[in-house]
Design a protein around this ligand. Structure first.
Ligand code: FES
Ligand code: FES
Length: 204
């Protein structure tokens, strides 16, 4: 549970005072992420929170400015989600929040308590790869692999949203995930394969 002594308003004030700006629980792109500002001024009181990640609850005591990405990587040692830009621009940190894709570098851990967080580590079931993971391998959809976890998580959401109807639609809806290696054609092909295998489920 988030500390009852700190209201949502106080949490937001704490984050914005640290150099971030928030919208809908996410830091706005183009502003300093909280990690970059944590050296400025005295640290706020830590918060006890429970994060539900890949079906398991984790109790953590965190600086309220901790991003979801840092909570996953630094505190839970789930390093599949990658830190690229830290500014919401590359998509390397993409995870699912209640099934919707979010950039974990722009989300505060304290604001996603009680939500279902899914990371790349939680996609495979019973030792079997998710169809999109298998398609990425079959289509050779990566080179260095740094962007791959984020691409796969965004791709899973893209299919679930019903935005995988054509190559161009996939390109449009995956435009928030950059690949410095330029593996885009193979990524699109892998998403098309997985969409054909699983069928889109349009939400909302
Ligand atoms: S690290 Fe989050 S968008 Fe680049
Ligand atoms: S595979 Fe290298 S950045 Fe995408």
């Amino acid at each position: 549970m988030t500390s009852p002594d700190m209201t949502r308003r106080e949490l937001l004030q704490s984050a914005t005072a640290a150099g971030g700006a928030l919208a809908g629980g996410q830091l706005l792109p183009g502003v300093a992420p909280p990690a970059a500002a944590q050296g400025a001024g005295p640290a706020p009181a830590p918060l006890d929170i429970v994060l539900r990640v890949n079906g398991t609850e984790h109790r953590l005591t965190l600086d309220p400015r901790t991003t979801l990405l840092d909570a996953l990587r630094e505190h839970l040692h789930l390093t599949g989600s990658k830190k690229g830009c830290g500014l919401g621009q590359c998509g390397a940190c993409t995870v699912l929040l209640d099934g919707k894709r979010v950039k974990a570098c722009l989300s505060l851990a304290a604001l996603v308590e009680g939500r279902e967080i899914t990371t790349i580590e939680g996609l495979a079931q019973g030792g079997e790869l998710h169809p999109l993971q298998a398609a990425f391998i079959a289509r050779d959809a990566f080179q260095c692999g740094y962007c791959t976890p984020g691409q796969i998580m965004a791709g899973v959401a893209c299919i679930a949203e019903g935005h995988a109807g054509s190559a161009q639609e996939i390109r449009d809806w995956m435009s928030g995930n950059l690949c410095r290696c330029g593996a885009y054609d193979h990524i699109v092909a892998a998403i098309q394969d997985a969409a054909a295998a699983t069928g889109p489920v349009r939400e909302g």
